[in-house]
Design a protein around this ligand. Sequence first.
Ligand SMILES: CC(=O)N[C@H]1[C@@H](OP(=O)(O)OP(=O)(O)OC[C@H]2O[C@@H](n3ccc(=O)[nH]c3=O)[C@H](O)[C@@H]2O)O[C@H](CO)[C@@H](O)[C@@H]1O
Ligand SMILES: C=C(OP(=O)(O)O)C(=O)O
Length: 442
Amino acid sequence: MEKIIVRGGHQLNGTVRVEGAKNAVLPVLAASLIASEGKSVISDVPELADVYTINQVLSNMNADVHFENNTVTVDASKKLKTEAPFEYVRKMRASVLVLGPLLARYGHANVAMPGGCAIGSRPIDLHLKGFEAMGAEVHVGNGFVEAHVNGRLKGAKIYLDMPSVGATENIMMAAALAEGKTILENCAKEPEIVDLANYLNKMGAKIVGAGTETIRIEGVEKLHGTEHTIIPDRVEAGTFMVAAAITGGNVLIENAESEHLRSVISKLEEMDVTVKEENDGIRVIGPKQLKATDIKTLPHPGFPTDMQSQMMSLMLCAEGTSVITETVFENRFMHVEEFRRMNAKMKIEGRSVFIEGPSDLQGAEVAATDLRAAAALILAGLRADGYTRITELKHLDRGYVNFAGKLAQLGADIDRVDQHGNTVNPVVEVDFQDKGFVAKLS
Ligand SMILES: CC(=O)N[C@H]1[C@@H](OP(=O)(O)OP(=O)(O)OC[C@H]2O[C@@H](n3ccc(=O)[nH]c3=O)[C@H](O)[C@@H]2O)O[C@H](CO)[C@@H](O)[C@@H]1O
Ligand SMILES: C=C(OP(=O)(O)O)C(=O)O
């Protein structure tokens, strides 16, 4: 079993570059299935386990997929299969994003139900209600969701009960190829929604209003391949901002987009962290003593749930009582138990965690419970006394490219080792047997 071993107490200094956003590239790659003509060329694609998984989903459906030098080329012009088996959906819930494109293009999709995960139950009822409103028949049974429509989907007026990111994306992709106009209300406003709409529009779609509460989509008859560059990963950027702050360091985070990080920047400033917007990115300078603050996670532009656990690490080192309230996911505090193993002083009350700082953090053996928890435990390890050993790195590899290597370059004492204690590079596990999927790892 691989581990990351961190010895705390080193300040981070220097420059780090953030990759393309995982949460933007996954829907964009799913959307490339709608193009019945031409190739899509997607740049700034991060080498993440989730990217390999979605590429496998696509190639398993008969699309030609090629991944090299952070560029994915997808040719989906052949007749595609309209199924996504559990083997992929189990690894990555975002596989359900192929539902909308397949249903719109072929009038049929059969995708394994994603089920819950470590952060909550995560249903897809809003996605399905949207498809039904557009005339699809949806059947859930035997662990699959099967959707079917005779002819084309029909544009509709759809109000989302909550601004779900995935439902907004799935319905927007389906509506792009539907007959007539769709008005989608109470949408998610995340930057990744805007990136997807931009991509679809370059493919020939007619979408306005992405990034606001109401998206209007005039359906078109077909879409074609195009070129697109993925936006920077705001969660990776935010994670390195915390890394700089927690070690009292000075780090320039290149390619970070400050417009996407307003709520994170504002909370860091409340904690006495210096944040400077520079031409190439965002510079973060940690203070001598961090101050406590409170955070409530909310849909964008509120504070992102995907930064909650990393901010918890920072609050553990701040003077005073901090409170985190998680409103997006019902069960995203699994990492609290792991932090306690590091001598963290905190208590959970309902949807809030009360953090008494500064904790005298001590290195310990801890297990990542989800993707962001993995990063958060490593961040706490940067500050803890002695060695912290983090296991369950499959979670980390879903969303961070060479996290340990990037921290080491900034001055962290950190290593990733195999079961024999030998240093390893994080190599993402790829099944090359799928026809048509070619990948080259750097
Ligand atoms: C691949 C990707 O982009 N993942 C992100 C996406 O996940 P994802 O798209 O799954 O998140 P959603 O915005 O859909 O989920 C938000 C909340 O809505 C609920 N819900 C959602 C859909 C639905 O049909 N019914 C329902 O009840 C969920 O259980 C959750 O409590 O947005 C989340 C919220 O910013 C992020 O944490 C994830 O990193
Ligand atoms: C929860 C996350 O992702 P996903 O929706 O892919 O599980 C995340 O990126 O933190």
